[in-house]
Design a protein around this ligand. Structure first.
Ligand code: NAD
Ligand code: UGA
Length: 469
């Protein structure tokens, strides 16, 4: 029986390993983490992350060939293949702060593997890492190996949150990079065999290590670039009377461009797009490629512009001040079907409105008050670092209330901002909401989920991204 151990029971490690366990009954999979609370949650009925379909998969395999444990050393020791799926956030201090990937967690994972390994192992980079990281990991492992043979593979993950299980069941591709030596090729084949249990062979791509590492950063940069492109056009739509949905549809009909990932929004969020582009920019700068760095940096600049443009629109429309006005925020997660708030545009929008002294009332079907208060109190880039490393301890933001009901959040509000495209926001009773709001009642749709014409008929003053005013 092949034994797999995965370090890091997060948004990637948990679902990915659960699906491997489901699809490969003859493989034993143990997911380990330094967070005792996270492992306890994976072993409970209340999983630590909300992801459609995940509960089902975990229920089918947990205790059979899927295990969650804090006994990191023991399980690394027993594994043939060790996946490393720890967080790789943006550095907050020192060289490359605010841009470079922080590989502290990765390095400590590698040292731990070298320390406790007693047999040969394939070590798989699942985390998104800077190109050439495998070289550094190899050095750590080989110099501490005590004669044990390690093969490093890059196997980046392409799942998106909210559709993780679907993406894992039916991936566009699985990418495996390895050394082009006989041992490297053998390791690539071993990992390929695991995926071949459910992924068609022609979707399993094998490359050299550096191509695999760089492809992941490039894919995220391309995806984010599409959103910044359509968001940049949305600003021009608002200035000219064009409708961004019509423009995106017409542009996307060109088969060379394609229709996906062209929804204008208040800005992209999530734990990876910004972090990975910043990492790419830093790598370009380190390699003496300032023009390439600046090209990708602009994707983030446009994203920041889109968020601040949204805040400015809210404030300027509401007679240039939101001081002491109640603004209801519908949706705080960075996209629908997840409770994840990492780098959500809602944080920047709320902070912008708070800066103008608004009183904010937030409703999100999956995000707790504790999480929202923590997010609004944290500094940029600190959110993905463990609490003990954070220089400031979060304090509750007093101008913010959180409810579990959209009608409660909007009651008595001067304005409503829709910041996540939850399906339920399309079906709310907007007549009821309008009746309970201050007049004039404003609505700012950062996700284009509502029909502006219908809401205008009710009496709202409506602003939608990239739509005629
Ligand atoms: P996460 O923060 O949810 O999970 C990482 C986990 O690693 C945490 O639970 C942390 O406690 C644990 N950890 C840290 N150091 C450890 C160690 N030494 N030993 C054991 N556990 C340790 O992060 P995530 O969202 O799962 O992302 C992980 C990696 O995958 C990142 O590099 C990210 O860029 C990449 N990625 C994420 C997504 C996504 O949708 N979230 C998709 C593709 C790739
Ligand atoms: C993204 C990629 O889609 C995954 O392939 C990748 O594996 C992952 O990052 C990662 O490396 O972490 P994720 O961030 O989970 O996945 O979700 P996306 O669906 O990509 O959405 C990211 C952000 O872009 C969200 O805020 C979303 O609302 C926004 N978005 C997306 C738009 O504003 N418009 C769109 O057309 C699409």
């Amino acid at each position: 029986m092949v034994k797999i151990c995965c370090l890091g029971a997060g948004y990637v490690g948990g679902p990915t390993m659960a699906v491997i366990a489901l699809k490969c009954p003859s493989v034993e999979v143990v997911v380990v983490d330094i967070s005792v609370a996270r492992i306890a949650a994976w072993n409970s009925d209340q999983l630590p992350i909300y992801e459609p379909g995940l509960d089902d998969v975990v229920k089918k395999c947990r205790g059979r060939n899927l295990f969650f444990s804090t006994e990191i050393e023991k399980h690394i020791g027993q594994a043939d293949i060790v996946f490393v799926s720890v967080n790789t956030p943006t550095k907050t201090r020192g060289l490359g702060a605010g841009m470079a990937a922080d590989l502290t967690y990765w390095e400590s994972a590698a040292r731990m593997i070298a320390d406790v390994a007693k047999s040969d192992k394939i070590v798989v980079e699942k985390s998104t890492v800077p190109v050439k990281t495998a070289e550094a990991i190899e050095k750590i492992l080989i110099h501490n190996s005590k004669g044990i043979n390690f093969q490093i593979l890059s196997n980046p993950e392409f799942l998106a949150e909210g559709t993780a299980i679907q993406d894992l069941f039916n991936p566009d591709r699985v990418l495996i990079g390895g050394r082009e030596t006989p041992e490297g090729k053998k390791a690539v084949q071993a990992l390929k065999q695991v995926y071949a249990n459910w992924v068609p062979e022609d979707r399993i791509i094998t490359t050299n290590l550096w191509s695999a590492e760089l492809s992941k950063l490039a894919a995220n940069a391309f995806l984010a670039q599409r959103i910044s492109s359509v968001n940049a056009i949305s600003a021009l739509c608002e200035a000219t009377g064009a409708d961004v949905a019509e423009v995106a549809y017409s542009v996307g009909k060109d088969t060379r461009i394609g229709p996906k990932f062209l929804s204008a929004s208040v800005g992209f969020g999530g734990s990876c797009f910004q972090k990975d582009i910043l990492s790419l920019v830093y790598i370009c700068e380190c390699n003496g490629l300032p023009e390439v760095a600046s090209y990708w940096k602009d994707v983030i600049k446009v994203n920041d512009y889109q968020k601040s443009r949204f805040v400015n629109r809210v404030v300027s429309s509401m007679f240039n001040t939101v001081s002491e006005k109640k603004i209801a925020v519908l949706g705080f997660a960075f996209k629908k079907d997840t409770g994840d708030t990492r780098e959500t545009p809602a944080i920047d929008v709320c902070k912008g409105l708070l800066g103008d002294k608004a009183k904010i009332s937030i409703y999100d079907p999956q995000v707790s008050e504790e999480q929202i208060q923590r997010d609004l109190a944290l500094k940029k880039f600190d959110w993905d670092h463990p609490v003990h490393l954070q220089p400031t301890s979060p304090t509750a933001v007093k101008q913010v209330t959180v409810t579990w009901d959209a009608y409660e959040a909007t009651k008595g509000a001067h304005g409503v901002c829709i910041l996540t495209e939850w399906d339920e926001f399309r079906k709310l009773d907007y007549v009821k909401i309008y009746e309970n709001m201050q007049k004039p009642a404003f609505i700012f749709d950062g996700r284009n989920v509502i029909d502006p014409q219908k809401l205008r008929k009710i009496g709202f003053i409506v602003f939608s991204i990239g739509k005629p005013l």
